[in-house]
Design a protein around this ligand. Structure first.
Ligand SMILES: *[C@@H]1O[C@H](CO)[C@@H](O)[C@H](O)[C@H]1NC(C)=O
Ligand SMILES: *[C@@H]1O[C@H](CO)[C@@H](O)[C@H](O)[C@H]1NC(C)=O
Ligand SMILES: *[C@@H]1O[C@H](CO)[C@@H](O)[C@H](O)[C@H]1NC(C)=O
Ligand SMILES: *[C@@H]1O[C@H](CO)[C@@H](O)[C@H](O)[C@H]1NC(C)=O
Ligand SMILES: [Zn+2]
Length: 307
């Protein structure tokens, strides 16, 4: 009888624990009842305890050169449109309506961009999700793509290679990155969780490093870095970084989580690599431009054939 009572009590404790909304370590306190990273794996439909989780620490010495990792081809990344930027209570996110495409670099098909968001520390302190040889950068950009044949993220999550996420690190610069001014000004209007603002005339190319520097990247198979941590992501993490100033980074730290506390340290800690391998692209400059040209020709042929 007593044992039964306690198991009921335990069950209800576990239930409240796992039904509560997920949160980052930085949101946890003795009064909060959210589900921190340690318990993400106890949430329903969670894969957070899997063997192929993200982010990871990339040990460059142990990466394997793969010459087939040709430059990622970006289609319509330069298209300009009105962005709606939203504080979703965990990050800032821009949904991408017209779906620019990526291909090449051993991606088996075209992937369509659906949204981008960021992970950061606080006022320039470390906050990236991936680390390289143990170094954590102040911020990381994730441009999330799904296989062209899918229409929703949840559909794509069921496919082990349903998503392709491009990850970019930021590095502190003395001067403001002018391309980021529209974003950092918009942040002032989305301090509260749930708020959104519009930014006219923005392009994806303006927020990433110049295309000619995107030949060097790391590739591995991993997961979403937030619950349900679905293991369905082909990760491409670029070596080339995006400059951003301290004052611009500070604007991100002024945002608020949905619990009203400062939105800071919204990253998951690195996960075990287990039996996975991390590959690195590596072709010399001449090879790179030839492949890029070939890829461009191929894409234009494919596009002209498809209408
Ligand atoms: C968790 O806390 C929120 C407010 O912070 C409250 O609304 C909710 O009822 C709490 N849930 C549980 C299971 O205690
Ligand atoms: C959470 O799940 C792990 C296994 O994934 C298990 O060992 C642990 O007991 C669970 N903890 C709670 C509080 O449910
Ligand atoms: C943006 O916020 C306004 C309220 O300020 C709301 O009416 C609108 O639906 C929101 N738009 C999006 C795309 O979230
Ligand atoms: C948007 O960009 C186009 C072309 O770059 C330019 O002609 C136009 O004036 C811009 N509009 C705004 C509102 O900035
Ligand atoms: Zn992310």
């Amino acid at each position: 009888m007593k044992a039964h009572f306690f198991s009921l009590l335990l069950a209800s404790f576990l239930k409240s624990r796992t039904d509560a909304a997920w949160c980052y370590n930085s949101q946890m306190s003795c009064t909060s009842n959210c589900t921190g990273p340690e318990f993400w794996s106890n949430m329903s439909n969670s894969e957070c305890n899997g063997q192929s989780q993200s982010p990871i620490n990339i040990v460059t010495r142990k990466t394997e050169l793969d010459k087939d990792l040709t430059p990622i081809h970006l289609t319509e990344y330069q298209g300009s449109y009105l962005w709606n930027i939203r504080n979703n209570g965990k990050s800032v996110q821009v949904n991408i309506p017209h779906g620019p495409l990526i291909s090449g670099g051993k991606l088996k098909t075209f992937y369509r961009a659906v949204q981008f968001h960021l992970h950061w520390g606080k006022d320039g302190s470390p906050g990236s999700e991936h680390t390289v040889d143990g170094e954590q950068y102040p911020m990381e950009l994730h441009i999330v793509h799904i296989k062209k044949q899918y229409t929703t993220l949840s559909e794509a999550q069921k496919d082990p290679t349903g998503l392709a996420v491009l990850g970019f690190f930021y590095e502190m610069s003395v001067n403001n990155n002018r391309n980021y001014d529209p974003i950092t000004s918009a942040l002032k209007n989305i301090i509260e969780a749930g708020a959104n603002a519009t930014i006219p005339n923005m392009t994806l190319t303006s927020i990433i490093p110049p295309q000619e520097t995107l030949t060097k990247y790391f590739r591995y198979q991993g997961s979403l870095t937030t619950p349900n941590c679905a293991e369905s992501v082909v990760w491409t993490v670029f070596e080339s970084t995006i400059p951003i100033s301290m004052s611009q980074l500070s604007e991100f730290s002024k945002l608020k989580f949905q619990d009203g506390n400062p939105l800071a340290y919204n990253y998951r800690s690195v996960q075990p690599l287990n039996s996975r391998k991390v590959y690195r692209s590596g072709c010399d400059v001449v090879l790179a431009s030839i492949t890029l040209l070939a890829a461009t020709v191929l894409v234009s042929i494919t596009l002209s054939q498809s209408g």
